[in-house]
Design a protein around this ligand. Structure first.
Ligand code: PRP
Length: 285
C-alpha cells in the first residue's frame, strides 16, 4: 500500500514541498510532465495537482494527504485536519485599499464598499464576524488591478513581501488570517496508511527541527567552561572534549537559529575562541 500525497504542480508551495520531501530522504523522479510519481525508496506516491483542486482530492480520498497553505484550507471549507505546520510559504490574507485612501483604521469603513477577491468564503466569514456589510466581487486572479480599473474600492488577497500591493498603488489595512504551508489529511485514514503518515511525519519533524538549529564548536580555556556551558543549552547538555593543548577544551553543542548572533557575542565575551557554526541536517529527539 502507498501513501498518496498531493502537492502543488506549480505555484508558491511547489518548490518548498519538493525540497522538504527530498530532505526527508525521499527520492522522486523529476519529470515535469509526469503528474503522478512513485518514490523509489519510500511507499509514497506524489500527485502534482492544481492548487485549488487539492482539498477536494483529499476529501474524496483520491489522495490521502497534501501540502497546501492554510489560506487554501480555510477557503476550501473542507473538513481536513492540519497534521503538521511546515514553517515555509508564510503569508497573510489581508484587506488592502488604494494608497491615497484615508483609511480611518476602523473596519467599519468597509461598510457599503466593493471588495474584489479570490477568497470569497474566507472574506465573507470575516465580514460577517465583524458585522460589515460589503459587496464581494469574486475574481480568480490579478486581484490587485481591481481598484485601478474601477471594479472595487479595495481587495482581499494574499500578501507576502508586500511588493505586489506596492507596485499596484495599494496599502494593506487589515489582516484576515496568517498562513503557512502545512500537511493536511482526512480525519480517518486506513491503519496502514496512517502508519505510513506517522513515518513520514517523523522524518518531517526531524528536518524541521534541524532547520531551526545550528551546530556550534568552540575552544575554551578550562576555567571558563562553566560560564560557557551556561550560555549553550545543547539538546541535553554540551559535549566537552580536552584539546591536545593542556588547559583547553573543545565544546560542542546545538543552538537555535534565532538565538544565534546574540549567543555568539556572549560566547566570545566569555572567552570562547575558534568558534565554528555548521548546519544541522536532521535532529531526532
Ligand atoms: C499571490 C497574491 C499576490 C502575491 C503577493 O499570488 O495573489 O498577487 O502573491 O505576494 P507579494 O506580497 O510577495 O508580492 P501568487 O503568486 O501566490 O499566485 P496566485 O495569483 O495564483 O495567488
Amino acid at each position: 500500500m502507498l501513501l498518496r500525497i498531493a502537492v502543488q504542480k506549480s505555484g508558491r508551495l511547489n518548490e518548498g514541498s519538493l525540497q522538504l520531501l527530498r530532505e526527508c530522504g525521499i527520492r522522486l523522479e523529476s519529470s515535469r510532465e509526469q503528474l503522478r510519481v512513485q518514490a523509489d525508496n519510500f511507499p509514497l506516491e506524489v500527485f502534482y495537482l492544481r492548487n485549488s483542486d487539492i482539498p477536494q482530492y483529499v476529501e474524496d480520498a483520491v489522495a490521502d494527504i497534501a501540502i497546501i497553505g492554510e489560506n487554501l484550507l480555510a477557503e476550501s471549507q473542507k473538513p481536513l485536519i492540519v497534521v503538521q505546520k511546515l514553517g515555509f510559504s508564510r503569508c497573510r490574507l489581508s484587506l488592502a485599499v488604494p494608497r491615497e485612501t484615508a483609511y480611518p483604521n476602523e473596519i467599519e469603513w468597509f461598510n457599503g464598499k466593493r471588495l474584489a477577491t479570490s477568497y470569497p468564503n474566507t472574506l465573507s466569514k470575516f465580514l460577517k464576524e465583524k458585522n460589515i456589510d460589503a459587496e464581494i466581487h469574486e475574481i480568480s486572479g490579478s486581484v490587485e488591478i481591481a481598484p485601478n480599473i474601477g471594479l472595487a474600492d479595495g481587495i482581499c488577497d494574499l500578501v507576502s513581501s508586500g511588493n505586489t500591493l506596492f507596485m499596484n498603488g495599494l496599502k494593506e489595512v487589515e489582516t484576515i488570517l496568517k498562513s503557512e504551508a502545512c500537511v493536511v489529511a482526512r480525519h480517518t485514514l486506513e491503519p496502514e496508511r496512517q502508519a505510513l503518515l506517522e513515518k513520514l511525519l517523523f522524518r518531517i519533524r526531524a528536518v524541521l527541527a534541524a532547520r531551526k538549529t545550528k551546530y556550534v564548536l568552540l575552544n575554551a580555556p578550562d576555567n571558563k567552561l562553566d560560564e560557557i556551558c551556561n550560555i549553550l543549552p545543547g539538546v541535553k547538555s554540551p559535549t566537552i572534549m580536552p584539546l591536545a593543548e593542556k588547559g583547553w577544551s573543545s565544546v560542542h553543542s546545538v543552538i537555535a537559529e534565532d538565538d544565534f548572533w546574540e549567543m555568539i557575542d556572549q560566547l566570545k565575551a566569555a572567552g570562547a575562541q575558534g568558534i565554528l557554526i555548521m548546519p544541522v541536517e536532521k535532529i531526532i529527539m
